[in-house]
Write a protein that binds this ligand. Structure first.
Ligand code: ST9
Ligand code: ZN
Ligand code: ZN
Length: 330
């Protein structure tokens, strides 16, 4: 049925939903939503971040021009590959492996993915996951770092340009992050984050193109480092902004996240966001076909060679039931 009435509970609670470690406490979320509605929060901008992001965008525009008119063809392919590597670091790594524990992996795989994640320069894994766990547990409240109720711009990038709402720190400090803090690779990344980012996000992509096919240093830097970094950021941020705004809701019509095909393409399989918020423990993050879920293919490949195991997914039967009861077809 496609009609959703007020009397239907927000999410279908079955054994599986109860067992997910990021399950929402609905009373708590309702209380936080109510509080969020009442107060008016005055943003406190961090001008250093504003200046850095503006500078990055100037660099990215130059890089974008060079990709078409100046760079060698190898550099164009390399820039796109670097986009893919950093995307995988976020989707397969920070997101599905570390934030959601939706599958398990052996150390060499973790090291590879951590390298990619550092290339993406989106904060260290512990900080990324802490914010992301807040986002799932207290979605659309003041304790959600990129609360969509504060507008499209805020949830896209505005949240990185200002001080965090005190509720994020208050509620976030209750999260259990012991799995991440006990991981020596993640502790190492956190400890040496800045030098590692300079190496992985900027120096490595540049040096590779200069060393292997003699690209001009500045051209390599503007394309494979700056343009690729800036574009990957937007592709990621669109999940927080667009995939919480424009799309359809086949799994739960009462939540803000949507299914969005075009953001799934730019985010290598993360645009099935209505599915993902309904079943956050599923390593596939959506029911989208393989072509649209590159990250799933990547994880499955490493499962086939034994580096990845214990992939969690939701039974077909449960998905069907959920759709019938709480989803809304287009
Ligand atoms: C970036 C991240 O871009 C993007 C994440 C996107 C998420 C996407 C989700 C969608 C999923 C699918 C993925 C699709 C991927 C597609 C890929 C395609 C390519 N809980 O932060 P501070 C406490 S980053 C608990 O300084 P301020 C904590 O004690 C871009 N506690 O707060 C902390 O200290 P410590 C590059 C928390 O001063 C203390 O507060 N990076 C929590 O308000 C201070 O924290 C940047 O631009 C919490 N959640 O400053 C940096 N949070 O850390 C931007 C904080 O020592 N960040 N605490 O434990 C900043 O400059 C600052 O964080 C700030 C806030 C100005 C934003
Ligand atoms: Zn998630
Ligand atoms: Zn979301």
């Amino acid at each position: 049925s496609s009609t959703i009435t007020e009397t239907i509970p927000k999410v279908f609670i079955d054994d599986l939903a109860k067992n997910q470690f990021l399950a929402q406490d609905f009373d708590e979320v309702d209380r936080l939503r109510e509080e969020s509605r009442k107060e008016t929060f005055k943003p406190q901008y961090v001008w250093r971040n504003v200046a850095l992001f503006i500078a990055l965008h100037f660099g990215a525009v130059i890089g974008f021009y060079q990709l078409f008119f100046v760079a060698k063809w190898q550099t164009v392919i390399w820039s796109l590959l670097c986009w893919m590597f950093s995307a995988i670091g976020i989707t397969a790594g920070a997101h599905r492996l570390w934030s959601h524990k939706s599958y398990k992996a052996k150390k060499p795989y973790e090291a590879l993915i951590l390298f990619f994640q550092t290339m993406a320069f989106q904060n260290d894994v512990i900080e990324w996951s802490r914010d992301h766990r807040c986002h799932h547990k207290w979605t659309d409240t003041d304790a959600d770092p990129h609360n969509i109720n504060r507008g499209f711009f805020f949830s896209h990038v505005g949240w990185l340009l200002q001080k965090k709402h005190p509720k994020i720190k208050e509620m976030g400090s209750k999260l259990d992050l012991s799995d991440l803090e006990a991981n020596p690779l993640l502790a190492f990344q956190r400890k040496f984050y800045l030098p590692l980012v300079i190496i992985c996000c900027f120096l490595f992509p540049t040096a590779f193109a200069v060393g292997l096919w003699g690209e001009n240093v500045l051209v390599a830097f503007y394309t494979a480092a700056l343009w690729r970094y800036c574009w990957s950021l937007h592709a990621t941020w669109f999940i927080n902004s667009a995939a919480h705004s424009f799309g359809y809701k086949p799994y739960d019509a009462n939540i803000s996240p949507v299914e969005s095909v075009w953001t799934t393409i730019t985010a290598f399989g993360e645009g099935g966001h209505n599915y993902h918020h309904t079943f956050p423990q599923d390593y596939r993050t959506s029911e989208m076909p393989m072509l649209l879920n590159f990250t799933k293919g990547f994880i499955d490949f490493f499962a086939a060679i034994g580096w990845v195991y214990d992939r969690k997914s939701v039974a077909e039967e449960i998905i069907k039931r959920q759709k019938a009861r709480f989803g809304k077809s287009r």
